[in-house]
Design a protein around this ligand. Sequence first.
Ligand SMILES: [Zn+2]
Ligand SMILES: [Zn+2]
Length: 254
Amino acid sequence: MKGEFCVVCGATDRPLTEGVCAECAAGRTELLSAPARAVVVICPTCGARKIGARWERSGSSPLLTAHDLTPLVRVHPEAGLRSVHWEELSSTATVRELLGTARVRFRGAEREARIAMSVRTEHQTCPDCSRKSGRFYTAVVQLRGGAERSNEKPPALRARLENVWSEILADARTDWRRAVSWQEGLPEGWDVFFTNTLAARSIARIAKQKFGASVKESASLFGRKHGQEVYRVTFCLRFPRPSVVPPLPPTGAA
Ligand SMILES: [Zn+2]
Ligand SMILES: [Zn+2]
């Protein structure tokens, strides 16, 4: 409007909000702030992060990354955080002092804002990893060759079963795959240990329905917990060797 001017800088050519231009408002507003005590909880074994009560992002880097830092920044309700470039100013074994250079959108324009943050890293073994390190398991999936007599050598058999197994896992749900604790190679195939029996059973079902395996399930008592008998379940999966079709002789051969 004619005759109006920013009460801070006096500019007359800019849109005003409550008498102040966006430029001056940004200078007087805390666009970004850091929590007083920022803590990132990381599982040193698998890199999962504890977000609230849940563990997420298993398999990520055990080091602090922008993925950990940027979500901690508090953003003014009128502002939008576009990106932050983080720089480490100093660090001790557990606390890092960081400086973020951010691009922030505020009242129609993008500007740079800086944010200082001190972040403490805490290492905690996630429940999945603590179960695995105790070699805890509730089910074993045994991968074996077919029941027929076969002259397949153990290394060839293991390689064949490993290929089928990775195809089966590719078909399985993520939480079923994550229930795999460890696997052991044997002359007769592989034993795959699971921390969750339902996951093992579901994967055995895929092996049967889509990969033609025969499945035999058996349970053995391995202890008592809270007065209840606890069983370990074994799924024996047999994968017959595909019959080898002899190659056709080259055409035109005598
Ligand atoms: Zn102004
Ligand atoms: Zn973990």
